[in-house]
Structure formats: C-alpha cells, structure tokens
Ligand binder design. Structure first.
Ligand SMILES: Cc1cc2nc3c(=O)[nH]c(=O)nc-3n(C[C@H](O)[C@H](O)[C@H](O)COP(=O)(O)O)c2cc1C
Length: 199
C-alpha cells in the first residue's frame, strides 16, 4: 500500500496534533495510507545512547520511511521564524536521497505551529519548503477554495496549515485549523495517487 509520510517534530504537542489531522485527511482518500514519524530532539545526550524508540507518540523516522513514501507532509513548530533544529538536523542527513534524486517528482506539503499569530508562520512554512525543492519535490499548498482560509481568525495559510498554539502552547486546534490540516493530507494523498497512476 502506498503511503504519505507525515514527518514532524513537536515539543509541546501542537504540531503532533496537526500531524494527526493531516493523517486523517490522507486516510479519506482510498488506496493510500498515512505513516506518522517524528524525529528526536537535538540534545546534549549523545545520539548513540539515545533510546531508539520514543517514550510516547510516533516512532522515529528512518531514511527508508522517506525513501519509499509516495508523498510527504513535513511539520515543525516555529523557532525564531524558522523550522526547529531537530527537523533541520534530520533533513541534513538525507543527502543520500538527494544525491540519488529519490524524492524528485513526489508531492510534499508543510505545516507549522507558533506561539503568536504574527510570530513567523509563513516564514517557517517557506523555509521548510527550501530543502524539499532541492530534493525536487512538488510543493502542494492550500487553495482558497478551502474557504476556511478566508474565515480563520487563527492559523491557516495558502502555504500550508498552521496553528496558533498561544504563549502557553495550550490552545486546541480550531475547527478551521483542523479542517485545513486534513485538507492538506487529502490533497497530498490524491496527488500522490494521480502521479502514481500517470507512471
Ligand atoms: C527557542 C524557541 C523559539 C521560538 N520561536 C518562536 C517564534 O519565532 N514565533 C512564535 O510565534 N513562537 C515561537 N516559539 C514558540 C513555539 O513555536 C510554539 O510553542 C509552538 O507552537 C509549539 O509547538 P509544539 O507544541 O508542537 O512543540 C518558539 C519556541 C522556542 C522554544
């Protein structure tokens, strides 16, 4: 069964909840499934002694998860208007796939969560697209036919779903944020299947 890899990092849970909503959207499309994977935090604990499996949540991603995906949804909380180091560190380790052009032509989308409304949702999303473009992936955003983009008073951008988590990182996803996250998953799933059928 082909799958969309939903690869995310989340420290306080907001981006993880978005990832689950993207997964629900993927699974609305028959014939393709969602695979949720996370990346370890960058820490002073040596990588070699870090537990191989996280205590809770999605398993850690391996290069093979990326190698065999039909499409990718990449999620990270913002860090100073940019993606988190943990996600950047993982992406920096994907050069074998980059050199081989493995991901070229596959669809990809991005999602993020921030503490403040103007704290860098768009810049984070755009920065997350850059390595995906280098990999030759086909970027998928959200069209304004998703009318939640016009109504939202929190997250949600044409560059990808976003979430306003608040300064305590405890605001739940709004209905608009949830629907837009699912819409990205569904679009990725449909586009991946169409590209697969086109050979
Ligand atoms: C080092 C650091 C930098 C951050 N930079 C920003 C920022 O530039 N803008 C913003 O709105 N939030 C910023 N935040 C807040 C997180 O992006 C926010 O808490 C995020 O929504 C949490 O997502 P998570 O629950 O998936 O970990 C920052 C947090 C940390 C720890």
């Amino acid at each position: 069964m082909p799958y969309i890899l939903i690869l995310y990092y989340s420290r306080f849970g907001a981006t993880a909840e978005m990832a689950r909503q993207v997964a629900r959207g993927v699974e609305e499309a028959p014939g393709i499934e969602a695979r949720l994977r996370t990346v370890p935090a960058v820490s002073t604990v040596c990588e070699a002694t870090e537990d191989g499996i996280p205590d809770a949540g999605a398993p850690y991603a391996e290069l093979d998860d990326l190698r065999h995906c039909a499409g990718l949804a990449l999620g990270s909380p913002t860090r100073y208007g940019n993606m988190a180091a943990a996600m950047k560190y993982f992406l920096d380790g994907t050069s074998p796939l980059w050199m081989a052009g493995t991901l070229a032509g596959r669809p990809a989308g991005v999602f993020t969560s921030t503490a403040s409304l103007h704290g860098g949702q768009e810049t984070t999303l755009l920065s997350m697209m850059l390595p995906l473009l280098h990999h030759g992936m086909l970027l998928v955003g959200l069209p304004y036919s998703e009318t939640d983009l016009l109504r939202t008073r929190s997250g949600g951008t044409p560059y990808g779903p976003s979430h306003l988590a608040g300064t305590e990182s405890n605001l739940p996803l709004t209905d608009e944020e949830r629907r837009l996250s699912r819409a990205l998953g569904k679009r990725l799933a449909r586009i991946a299947l169409a590209l697969d059928r086109a050979g």
